[in-house]
Design a protein around this ligand. Structure first.
Ligand code: NAD
Length: 334
């Protein structure tokens, strides 16, 4: 049942990490929510009023997804951590271009009023991110463009697409550039997981199996900032209703090395770990968010500390690892 005056919202990628959290956030705010994805949420039942399994690379499916909708949060993407992004350039460029071209065009065709596109810090040029002690990235640093991977190039093109659809057709597009969002209910194994989840898994394995060592790609001195998912969904809800239509950073601006990230998680888990540095994709050497514009535009910025967010994330991943070990033991005993 849709209540009179209830805003109807579409979340694409609602079966994924941020999408599933966003659906819950929007439901708690009183919206009527349709979720769309090519897969059901992996870790809990969706809170959406309606959930449709649709491949958004197809325009007809995008038309179906955006019917009778006032606001779209476009989160669907073929994506993962550095290991995935740096090894699937053609696939990512093809799939994500189709998803974003078709979702935005269908939204315009169906008269959607507001459209939030989720871009990424991966659009920023490689030449500004060569030092671990990096200068925080401002929105205007995006050009001259030189993203490291096809993932970032596609995000840049879709940002520009949003600008032109707003100028030419009047659809109110908003663009957010996320900086490393983490939390529970995201990929934690299988190749698509990002650094915080991968590190929580490796440290949980040390704790639960008596292993001593964790592997870290590169020397671990590469730097990033990490933002907890509850801040992320609050930020994009604020942004879609703001009058700011240029791309905006959304992340924390506290920079840590990957070695420090591992130390914080090991402390949360209360275990001692030995770090083994191996070859692997590291991404850019350093990256941080400049939040000056975020504070100006939204009068708000992410508040949840890295330690608090990691505690929740670690506890959830430790439980996942525990369940997996139990299932393996039961299968072996059967
Ligand atoms: P995710 O992989 O958990 O979610 C993306 C969802 O899109 C998945 O559930 C996937 O099944 C779905 N999808 C993929 N192809 C599809 C298709 N053809 N049709 C319909 N659905 C499809 O990723 P996430 O971390 O939740 O990211 C959400 C958005 O935020 C993405 O656009 C991502 O690029 C962007 N982003 C995320 C981060 C981060 O740190 N998590 C950083 C920068 C940008």
């Amino acid at each position: 049942m849709i209540a009179k005056n209830q805003t109807k919202v579409l979340v694409t990628g609602a079966g994924g990490f941020i999408g599933s959290h966003l659906v819950t956030y929007l439901k708690n705010k009183g919206y009527w929510v349709r979720g769309v994805d090519i897969k059901e949420p992996e870790f809990s039942k969706t809170d959406a009023d309606e959930f449709e399994l649709l491949d958004l690379r197809r325009w007809d499916n995008c038309l179906q997804a955006t019917r009778n909708i006032q606001e779209v949060y476009a989160l669907a993407a073929d994506m993962g951590g550095m290991g995935f992004i740096s090894n699937h350039n053609a696939q990512i460029l093809y799939n994500n271009s189709l998803i974003n071209l078709h979702t935005l065009d269908a939204a315009k065709t169906n008269g959607v009023e507001r459209y939030l596109y989720t871009s990424s810090a991966c659009i920023y040029p490689e030449y500004l991110q060569e030092e671990a002690d990096v200068k925080p990235l401002k929105e205007e640093d995006a050009y001259p463009a030189q993203p490291q991977d096809a993932y970032g190039w596609e995000k840049l093109i879709s940002e520009i697409l949003c600008m032109h659809y707003r100028n030419d057709y009047g659809i109110e597009t908003r663009t957010v550039r996320f900086h490393n969002i983490f939390g529970e209910k995201g990929s934690w194994e299988g190749g698509r997981e990002k650094a915080p989840a991968a590190m929580c898994r490796k440290i949980a394995e040390v704790k639960l199996t008596g292993k001593k060592e964790i592997e870290i790609w590169g020397d671990g001195e590469q730097t990033r900032s990490f933002c907890y998912v509850d801040d992320c969904v609050e930020g994009i809800h604020r942004l879609i209703h703001s009058d700011f239509s240029e791309p905006l950073n959304l992340g924390q601006d506290r920079i840590v090395t990957i070695n420090q990230l591992a130390d914080i998680i090991a402390e949360i888990a209360n275990v001692k770990v030995t770090k083994k540095h191996i070859d692997g994709p590291m991404g850019v050497r350093g990256r941080n968010s400049d939040n000056t514009k975020l504070r100006e535009v939204l009068g708000w910025e992410p508040k949840i500390s890295l330690e608090d967010g990691l505690k929740k994330t670690y506890d959830w991943i430790e439980n996942q690892v525990k369940e997996k070990i139990q299932n393996k033991t039961e299968t072996a005993a059967a």
